[in-house]
Ligand binder design. Structure first.
Ligand code: ZN
Length: 388
C-alpha cells in the first residue's frame, strides 16, 4: 500500500476520493465533497507564538508555509457576556466576518496553481463571502470575479468593489447567480465558498480556538446562525476532530439557528414540511438560502453530532440585535439570530442558565444597511432588499 495521506477529500454521497485540490464537487457524481483529516489533534503542534488561525497550520498539510496568504485572521476574542455565556467575536476578523477563516485557507492552497495557469478565480456572493474572497485575492495579487444578483446594494457590495474585484451582475434568482459563476470559461477557476471543501476546512479552526481559549474544556452548547451551512459543517468537523483525538471528553451541543422565514434545515431536521416564502424580508439578510445545496449533508452531520435546531421570529431577532448593541456588541442582524435563539431557549427552559454557552457573533454591525430610525419606526412592516 502507498503512504497514508494526512487527509482525504471524499464525495459525501458516492465516497470516491478527489485528488485535485481545485475540485469543488465530486468529479464522478457531482455531489458535495467532504474533507477528512487523517491525523490526531495534538496540543504540541499548536504554534503558540502565532496569534492568528495559522497557529494550527499543521492541520492544513496541503498548504506550504511559503504559500500562506494572510491578513491576520482568527484568534478572535472569546468574551464573557454573563455568568455562563461567552461571545466569540468573529466580527473582528479582517473583513468583518468569520468567512475569512475559509478564504485564507482556500486562497493559500490555490493561488499558485491558478496563477501558474494564468487564470482567475470566480465566486458567487454579494455578501460577507464575496467581500472576504475579494480581500484575500487582492492580498495574493490574484484576479477575482465576484458574481452578484442584479439587485445588489449595501455596504457589503461596496466592500467587494473597494477590494478591486471584478463584479459580474446576474439577473434571476440566487441559483442563477451560482450557475453563472460556475459556467466553464477559459482560465476561470470556480472557488465558490459554499461548495468548496477547503473553504469549509478553514472554519474548523473556530472550534479549535473556542476549546483552546477555554483551557481545553468544551462548552455545553454552541449557538450558530445557519444559512448555506459552511459555518455549521466546519464547526462540527472541528469539534469532532478534537473529540476523536481525545482532546475533549464530550461534544458540545451545536444549535443551528435560523429565521422562521428561511428555515430549511430546521424543518428537515425535525421532519416537518417546509414551503419557502416567495419574498424574504427578514432583517437577517445574510440568511437567505431557502434551498441550500448542502442541506442533506448538514442534516446528516447535525444528527451524527447530536446537535439541535432552533428558529426565531423577526421581533426576537430585532430585540436581540438591539440588546447586543446596547451592551457594546454591534453585530449584523443575521448574527443576532443565534443570540435570539439562546434567549428563547432559556425562556422556554430548554437550556439551563448554568450551562456554559458560546454564541458565535459572525459579522460586523458596520455591514448592515439598517438605520436606527427604521428599527424604532415599525419593527414588523419594514422591507429590505435581500442580500446573499
Ligand atoms: Zn460522488
Amino acid at each position: 500500500m502507498g503512504i497514508q495521506m494526512a487527509y482525504e477529500i471524499e464525495c459525501s454521497v458516492c465516497g470516491k476520493s478527489a485528488k485535485n485540490l481545485l475540485n469543488y464537487k465530486c468529479p464522478s457524481c457531482g455531489n458535495p465533497l467532504n474533507f477528512e483529516v487523517r491525523m490526531d489533534f495534538e496540543k504540541a503542534r499548536i504554534k503558540n507564538s502565532n496569534y492568528s488561525l495559522w497557529r494550527y497550520a499543521y492541520y492544513f498539510p496541503y498548504v506550504s508555509e511559503a504559500d500562506i496568504v494572510t491578513l491576520g485572521e482568527g484568534w478572535t476574542p472569546l468574551v464573557k457576556f454573563s455568568d455562563s455565556t461567552f461571545l466569540k467575536l468573529e466580527n473582528l476578523n479582517p473583513t468583518g466576518s468569520f468567512k475569512d477563516r475559509g478564504s485564507t485557507i482556500l486562497i493559500s492552497a490555490l493561488h499558485k496553481m491558478v496563477k501558474k495557469a494564468n487564470g482567475y478565480i470566480s465566486e458567487d456572493s454579494s455578501g460577507n463571502a464575496g467581500a472576504s474572497v475579494a480581500a484575500y485575492a487582492a492580498r495574493a495579487e490574484l484576479k477575482a470575479e465576484i458574481y452578484v444578483p442584479e439587485t445588489v446594494s449595501g455596504p457589503k457590495f461596496s466592500q467587494i468593489q473597494f477590494y478591486g474585484a471584478k463584479v459580474v451582475k446576474v439577473s434571476g434568482d440566487r441559483s442563477m447567480v451560482a450557475d453563472a459563476a460556475q459556467r466553464t470559461e477559459d482560465k476561470k477557476f470556480y472557488v465558490g465558498h459554499i461548495l468548496h471543501p477547503l473553504f469549509r476546512d478553514g472554519i474548523k479552526t473556530l472550534a479549535y480556538e473556542i476549546v483552546e481559549q477555554r483551557n481545553l474544556q468544551p462548552p455545553h452548547c454552541v449557538y450558530v446562525p445557519v444559512s448555506a451551512g459552511t459555518l455549521l459543517l466546519g464547526m462540527i468537523d472541528g469539534f469532532s476532530h478534537l473529540f476523536n483525538s481525545g482532546i475533549i471528553r464530550s461534544m458540545p451541543t451545536i444549535v443551528a439557528c435560523q429565521t422562521s422565514q428561511v428555515s430549511p434545515l430546521y424543518h428537515r431536521f425535525k421532519n416537518l414540511s417546509y414551503t419557502p416564502p416567495t419574498t424574504i424580508d427578514s432583517v437577517a439578510d445574510a440568511l437567505i438560502s431557502v434551498n441550500p445545496p448542502l442541506l442533506d449533508l448538514m442534516t446528516k452531520e447535525l444528527r451524527r453530532a447530536k446537535g439541535e435546531t432552533a428558529i426565531v421570529e423577526e421581533n426576537e431577532i430585532i430585540n436581540a440585535f438591539k440588546e447586543l448593541a446596547k451592551r457594546g456588541f454591534h453585530v449584523e442582524p443575521s448574527s443576532a439570530v443565534a443570540y435570539a435563539a439562546l434567549k428563547k431557549q432559556i425562556a422556554e427552559g430548554t437550556v439551563s442558565k448554568k450551562d456554559e454557552i458560546v454564541v458565535v457573533l459572525t459579522g460586523s454591525g458596520l455591514k448592515t444597511a439598517l438605520k436606527p430610525e427604521e428599527i424604532r419606526r415599525n419593527q414588523n412592516n419594514r422591507r429590505l432588499e435581500p442580500l446573499s
